[in-house]
Design a protein around this ligand. Structure first.
Ligand code: MN
Length: 305
């Protein structure tokens, strides 16, 4: 939603982009990033929201082994549990408030699934962070963080998942100036921002008003650089995801589970996955891995924005 004055975009306005509903296996998800107008927000290039849902004997999260290049996966839960396994032989459950952070570097494979014994509830978000050119060929790694820092933001708390909010920095490894934080607010929250960051807000639950805009779930709200702080008013307990960073500045090519710079890199990664090269094997997942879709046409760079 652009507001134009004298022919120029008024960057003080908040832009809103409804998430697209789609299916991930049997589970309905809402995909909020990328959007055409903002392929990236800082280094953040992907946001899938799932749940809240309850289940009995089915397995709502069941993503078989698949590869990644050029990104970090950030797995964050509000309810339930997800079991991660990867081709470096890591096997790690996450629960609400814990971070599973996988840095693909030049290549890794993983699976994510609802474990056999679970609470029967699931609510969370799958995020990707694009790696800058200087870091995207590094060796793959995985880290689990169960003790993330929090800070007061007026009548609310912020858990810093990755990056930093004000002077509070997450121990999770970040490769650009960025933030990912989970805001739990009720009342008037004042969130410290950086003028050189662009931001996105995504409401998990509840609602909040700011700058004459009411923020509601399943919509991505974009804030251009230039703000020092953001005041959020919430009449009910609300959970809001804050993503941000300095504009990424590098055009990326995103195709399937890959973030690269050229079509050739994508085609090569696809071929190596199909040939069972480069990415290693995920052990312990019961069932076949995910085969790459056909690469049709030319994967073109998206303008960095
Ligand atoms: Mn993945």
């Amino acid at each position: 939603m652009y507001a134009r004055r004298r022919g120029t975009v008024n960057t003080t306005m908040i832009q809103s982009f409804p998430a697209r509903r789609t299916q991930l296996n049997q589970m309905e998800i809402r995909r909020a990033l990328p959007v055409r107008e903002h392929r990236l927000v800082g280094p953040w290039c992907f946001l899938d929201r799932y749940g809240p849902l309850t289940f009995t004997d089915d397995k709502p999260m069941d993503v078989a082994p698949h590869p990644h290049i050029g990104l970090q996966t950030v797995s964050w839960l509000l309810d339930g549990e997800v079991l991660h396994r990867d081709s470096l032989a890591n096997e790690r459950m996450i629960r609400p408030g814990e971070l599973n952070l996988m840095t693909s570097g030049s290549g890794i494979a993983h699976s994510e699934e609802t474990p056999p014994r679970s609470t029967g509830r699931l609510s969370g978000v799958q995020l990707w962070v694009a790696l800058p050119d200087a870091e995207r060929h590094r060796a793959a790694s995985f880290a689990h963080h169960s003790d993330l820092p929090r800070l007061r933001v007026g009548e609310g708390d912020a858990t810093v998942i990755i990056g930093a909010l004000d002077d509070t920095r997450s121990p999770a490894q970040a490769f650009t100036s960025m933030v990912g934080a989970d805001l739990a607010i009720r009342g008037k929250a004042v969130v410290p921002l950086r003028r050189d960051f662009e931001y996105a807000l995504f409401v998990f639950s509840g609602s909040a008003t700011t700058e004459n805009e009411t923020l509601v779930p399943d919509i991505l709200y974009y804030l251009a650089p230039g703000r020092d702080e953001l005041t959020l008013l919430s009449r009910e307990p609300s959970r809001i995801l804050l993503l941000g960073g300095t504009p990424f500045g590098e055009p990326i090519v995103m195709w399937w589970n890959f973030v690269a710079r050229t079509h050739e890199e994508i085609a090569q990664a696809r071929q190596e996955w199909q040939r069972r090269e480069r990415f290693g094997e995920v052990h312990g997942y019961e069932g076949p891995r995910i085969e790459a879709p056909a690469l049709i046409g030319h994967a073109a760079p998206n303008p960095a924005s």
